[in-house]
Design a protein around this ligand. Structure first.
Ligand code: SF4
Length: 64
């Protein structure tokens, strides 16, 4: 598998607090959550992210 050239930068800016092998691999992260009709952690502010509820309904509920 090719390595992601942005892996280190992605890890630095990722706000996800869940221990996950996809952290820093944004394409895999988006794919994983999209197929579950969810959004990745970076769509959520810190307090909402920590609930690990990545549903679109949660996003709509908490967005300003
Ligand atoms: S948002 Fe989901 S897939 Fe992405 S790093 Fe966090 S737990 Fe893993």
């Amino acid at each position: 598998m090719a390595e992601c050239k942005n892996f280190d930068r992605n890890q630095d800016i990722c706000n996800c607090s869940y221990p996950c092998s996809r952290k820093g691999l944004c394409c895999e992260c988006v794919h994983y959550h999209r197929q579950r009709e969810e959004l990745p952690a970076c769509y959520f502010p810190e307090d909402a992210e920590k609930t690990y509820d990545r549903s679109i309904e949660h996003f709509i509920k908490i967005r300003p």
